[in-house]
Design a protein around this ligand. Structure first.
Ligand code: C5P
Length: 219
């Protein structure tokens, strides 16, 4: 039986994992995201009885059961899927580490390694969350800010610039401490100026706290 009464059931869209930006048919640029945080949020939301869609870049994780799963590769793929799926969502939680840039054009054939250096021209990817923020409506929008310095200041900047309700500030100190199945230390900031420092805990625990906060947000 579901924990959530039907009338309280929300449609929650979660994104997770990295994106891959192709350089040629065999090579790509990506990042260290493992998807653990986003998958933990999607699983927790499902456990509570909500209707969950998970748009995920490539990860090694098992797909959470009972969740609509949309597999994507590049940031542009993710953008298309998120824009489509977000139309019906009450809440969007963007935990994906979307690549900021992509090669201007992926080479058609494998680039030969003969030359000593290769020039790669990168162009900016669209900011999916900022696009959602432009036509937000009644949706609750939650973003992540992963920073190495001035965490709170930068997180607040993102909250405003992207028109978010909530931003999860996640301090990046040592690579191993933030990516993957490691405890997370987060602060939750909202559009009304509330700031909650959360004691470090597992990502599954953080997922519960994030969902409590997001679902309490006028939806
Ligand atoms: O600006 P920054 O990349 O640090 O913002 C992080 C937040 O924005 C995350 O929630 C991430 O999923 C989202 N994002 C996005 N599209 C991008 C870059 C980031 O939706 N191109």
């Amino acid at each position: 039986m579901s924990l959530t009464a039907k009338r309280d059931r929300k449609r929650i869209l979660v994104t997770a994992g990295p994106t891959r930006e192709n350089i040629d048919p065999v090579r790509f640029m990506s990042n260290h995201s493992t998807g653990v945080f986003g998958y933990a949020i999607a699983s927790e939301a499902k456990k509570r009885g909500h209707v969950v869609t998970l748009v995920s870049g490539p990860t090694a994780l098992e797909r959470p059961k009972g969740v609509k799963f949309v597999a994507v590769e590049s940031a542009l793929d993710m953008m298309r899927s998120v824009m489509r799926e977000a139309k019906n969502a009450d809440c969007v939680i963007m935990a994906a580490a979307v690549a900021d840039w992509r090669p201007r054009k992926a080479a058609k054939n494998k680039i030969k390694k003969g030359s000593a250096s290769v020039k790669l021209e990168l162009v900016k990817n669209p900011d999916i969350l900022a696009e959602l923020g432009k036509k937000k409506g009644n949706k609750v929008l939650v973003g992540f800010a992963l920073e190495t310095e001035d965490l709170i200041k930068n997180a607040l900047k993102k909250l405003k610039a992207k028109n978010l309700d909530i931003v999860i500030a996640n301090k990046l100190s040592k690579k191993s401490a933030v990516f993957g199945n490691n405890p997370a230390k987060i602060a939750i900031l909202d559009r009304f100026g509330a700031k909650e420092e959360v004691r470090a805990g597992s990502k599954a625990r953080m997922a519960q706290i994030i969902l409590d906060k997001a679902l309490a947000f006028n939806i």
